[in-house]
Unconditional design. Structure first.
Lengths: 525, 353
């Protein structure tokens, strides 16, 4: 375990890590421009910034995944060039990535053994894993196969894997995006314990409240440059947001929902077994979405959101008609095209490659879903003029930054492409809109715009279903909220009558009326 | 060390210039090949590339040769754009020829003007049916169409051999593996008197035009392009993957069958066991050199026909082996694929590890 003491003595004047003038240039973008960063022993240091601000690139350079084009790195007072991640681990740098790198078909101990140098005695290693997991409050059974673990448990495996190498610096890349609020608190306890033992932690996030709660100091990045340093406990979320995005956080205008609208989407006992061996089976889902309201579905990712969306959109056909009812029609066996004709529009989670064809122009990408509803096809030939006009209108009304209607979808930034796709779907005047992760990976300004567009649509009488992993977002937009956990759906609750705390508990699979088998499943987990 | 690095933006101009660059590189490599074989490269160049274009007769021969190539290639392009990899056009070509021959032999004594149109339809259906087998195997059993369509080529070749050595052999043909010569009613009329260029060339131009409208303008063609570019997007839009596979294979099969018909009812006038000169495979190269675009395919098929005829000329005048055509075809595809890499990537010196 880390030997050094927290930053109290005079020796700790030597920083654990000091970066000066780090620059990384990619063919199309300067990802990092002259970055300075100093991390002291035992310090929890936040790296704060929006998506695309250059946080991940910077961390990858510290971990030796990519090499800086310029600048200097000092490790405990010595100048170093980190050749690769193995070298970084040797120095004592550990990293927990946002996307886990575990083999699903192997056990926990196998996965850990693979990341350690040399041949391992699995029995002794299991023992060490148990010790570390006890010490830091990271319960996980070394013998379990990874695919049976929840996302939170997988993250624990990743953290334990790092801790076994007794790191002096631990990098955590957006670690809370896959956790329930309760699990976040647990993680913070572990991180504080580590820091008190002298391990430095670099904590990457765009969530201001978390950084305020956890971190000692923060470096804020904007557009690849350092836009400021601060002590989070002395700042307000507002002032940090200003450092991060250069202006105040925009807020949405949200009025009371109209009551008693017609039911436009109804799930009547939707059950569906997933084809994917690692997928989630949907079990008896019930839900009603009325016109003029936004219903949100919260949940930790990988609890059946994908499967639910496939079943609602029609990308996965059901064997029966009644479980999915769109605008009063039993649509369970309809193709996505026929559901669209009933008035259902859908914004998928992956924009590039699903919501839009990367190599096609924006004018062609509108044809993808709007061919019928906007009459872009005449006598089975495409009316390209109408398609161009529709794309141009979409770009204009949703202020999409793009090089015109002929720009390839892949040339747009994530936020702009999302605005385009949301615009394309909303401009088809849907009766029912389903949106997955509306602002995932989108910068703050665009996110507020997208949320407002969806709220405006609901004010015009559309029924909206939003599935998101960001609780704050759901509370900002939704009239009612339900939770999906392990393929089951909770009852809905009015957003005004619940809170993050309660929804957080539900996210772990416990809600009033949940049956006994569920409880058992939870105890086992 | 060098490494390939993705370009931020692929150049559209280079996408269309790349086939031209490949042709130039092929010519340069050709000079090396001729020299290595101890021939004068200038003379070789003249025989190989200029002789096939020296007069009207030579040009009509070139167009005649290009006809089956453009027919097959445009049909294949429909599938290739949708990631339906029909490699068995050679077999579909043969089965189109067999179906057309069956009609011709059945109406050997007829003078009816309907014989020829019937043969055209039979050829297309014969090719399409042969392509339907991989489509069925793919949609029902998820069998890879590359393998099944390719294996069906060999079955088709053996079937043709069996027919011309067996039941369909011309009794007055001195035991040669070939059918009787077709009657005049079963032969395509000439386009230019005194040459061998027939109306199949007009048919091929018509198919090219139809292919252009289908691929560039029609909604079905758009759906197939989406399916080729991104499977998840096609699923999201609600386009049927099964329909895409069927259209992709049937279009290729029907076009190849037409080419087979044009060959037996055109310059050859009968079915023989050597009816195809590998057109079905050469057309794959034509489709890619032509950028899967009907206009590009028109020019690419002329180029490929030039290589075929140039190879024959080189055999005749330079006493080079027949495989010289294949060498040039191979070089052309190699250089094309090589230049295409640099549309998406560029070469960079990487720092030593």
């Amino acid at each position: 375990m880390p030997q050094e003491q927290p930053s109290s003595g005079t020796q700790s004047a030597t920083p654990r890590l000091k970066l000066s003038g780090i620059t990384k240039i990619y063919p199309s973008v300067v990802a990092n421009d002259n970055i300075d960063l100093t991390v002291m022993p035992g310090e929890i240091h936040a790296v704060l910034g929006e998506n695309g601000a250059g946080k991940s690139t910077l961390m990858k350079m510290i971990y030796g995944v990519v090499k800086p084009d310029a600048g200097e790195m000092m490790w405990q007072g010595q100048k170093v060039t980190i050749a690769n991640p193995a070298h970084a681990r040797e120095l004592g740098i550990g990293m927990v990535f946002q996307h886990f790198s575990l083999f699903e078909t192997l056990t926990v101990v196998d996965n850990v053994a693979l990341s350690l140098p040399g041949k391992q005695d699995l029995r002794a290693l299991s023992e060490r894993i148990r010790q570390v997991s006890d010490k830091y409050g990271l319960p996980v059974d070394p013998r379990r196969i990874v695919h049976s673990l929840s996302v939170g448990e997988r993250q624990r495996v990743e953290i334990i894997r790092c801790l076994l190498q007794t790191p002096k610096l631990l990098i955590m890349d957006e670690p809370t995006s896959v956790l329930t609020p309760q699990a976040v608190r647990k993680l913070f306890e572990t991180l504080r314990q580590l820091a008190s033992e002298g391990c430095s932690i670099l904590y990457i996030s765009h969530k201001l409240d978390e950084i305020q709660e956890l971190c000692d100091t923060a470096t804020v990045l904007r557009g690849g440059k350092v836009s400021g340093h601060c002590v989070p406990s002395k700042e307000s979320p507002k002032s940090m947001a200003r450092l991060m995005i250069g202006k105040d956080l925009p807020v949405c205008e949200h009025t009371q929902a109209k009551e008693g609208g017609e039911v436009l989407l109804k799930l009547a006992g939707l059950s569906h077994a997933s084809d994917d061996p690692f997928g989630i089976d949907l079990q008896d889902l019930h839900l009603e979405v009325h016109s003029g309201e936004i219903v949100g579905i919260a949940g930790v990712s990988g609890n059946g959101q994908q499967e639910l969306l496939y079943a609602v959109s029609g990308e996965e056909c059901l064997s029966e008609r009644f479980p999915v009812q769109i605008c009063g029609t039993q649509a369970g066996r309809m193709s996505p095209g026929r559901r669209r004709r009933l008035g259902l529009c859908f914004v998928p989670e992956e924009r590039l490659g699903r919501g839009a064809v990367p190599s096609m122009s924006l004018a062609e990408n509108v044809i993808l879903t709007a061919a019928k509803r906007r009459r872009l096809v005449r006598r089975s030939l495409i009316d390209f003029k109408a398609a161009r006009a529709f794309a141009a209108e979409c770009i204009e009304r949703y202020s999409v930054k793009a090089g015109g209607v002929f720009a390839q979808a892949r040339s747009l930034s994530g936020g702009n492409l999302q605005k385009f796709i949301v615009g394309r779907e909303i401009m088809q005047d849907p009766k029912m809109l389903v949106v997955a992760q509306p602002t995932w990976g989108v910068d703050v300004g665009a996110a507020a715009f997208i949320r407002q567009s969806i709220i405006d649509l609901r004010n015009r009488g559309c029924a909206v279903l939003v599935i998101s992993e960001e609780l704050d977002e759901l509370f900002e937009m939704c009239d009612r909220i339900a939770v999906i956990a392990k393929g089951r759906l909770s009852p809905t609750k009015r957003a005004a009558e619940t809170n993050v705390e309660e929804i957080g508990v539900w996210m772990s699979g416990i809600w009033p009326g949940v049956d006994a088998t569920m409880d058992q499943a939870r105890v086992q987990a | 060390m060098f490494k390939l690095e993705a370009r931020p933006q692929a150049s559209l101009a280079m996408r269309y210039a790349s086939p031209a660059i490949a042709v130039v590189l092929m010519l340069i490599a050709g000079v090396v090949v001729f020299s290595a074989l101890g021939r004068n490269p200038i003379e070789g160049f003249q025989v190989f590339f200029l002789n096939p274009m020296r007069d009207l007769n030579a040009v009509t021969e070139l167009l005649l040769k290009a006809t089956p190539l453009m027919l097959i290639a445009v049909g294949l392009a429909v599938g290739f754009r949708a990631n339906v990899w029909n490699i068995g056009a050679e077999g579909q070509f043969l089965m189109g020829a067999v179906a057309a021959t069956a009609v011709a032999l059945a109406f050997q004594s007829s003078e009816s003007a309907l014989v020829l149109p019937t043969m055209v339809v039979a050829g297309a259906i014969g090719g399409a049916l042969w392509a339907a087998l991989p489509a069925l195997l793919k949609t029902r059993f998820n069998a890879n169409e590359i393998l099944t369509s390719l294996m069906l080529v060999y079955i088709a070749q053996l079937a043709v051999s069996w027919l011309v050595f067996g039941p369909w052999r011309d009794p007055a043909g001195f035991n040669f593996p070939q059918t009787e010569m077709f009657s005049d009613a079963a032969l395509l009329p000439m386009l230019i008197e005194g040459t061998r260029l027939n109306y199949a060339f007009i048919l091929a131009l018509g198919v090219l035009a139809a292919g252009y409208v289908f691929m560039e303008r029609s909604y079905t063609g758009f759906k197939m392009r989406v399916a080729g570019e991104s499977e998840a997007a096609a699923r999201y839009a609600g386009y049927s993957a099964v329909t895409t596979i069927w259209i992709g294979l049937l279009a290729g099969g029907a076009a190849a069958g037409l080419a087979g018909m044009a060959e037996v009812a055109g310059p050859v006038g009968q079915l023989t066991d050597k009816i195809s000169s590998g057109y079905g495979f050469a057309a794959i190269i034509v489709a890619f050199v032509g950028r899967l675009n009907p206009i590009g395919i028109f020019f690419a098929s002329l180029l490929m026909a030039l290589l075929y005829i140039g190879g024959e000329q080189a055999q005749q005048y330079l006493s080079l082996p027949a495989s010289i055509s294949k060498v040039f075809q191979g070089m052309l595809l190699f250089f094309l694929l090589g230049s295409d890499v640099f549309i998406q990537y560029r070469l960079r010196r990487s720092a030593r590890q």
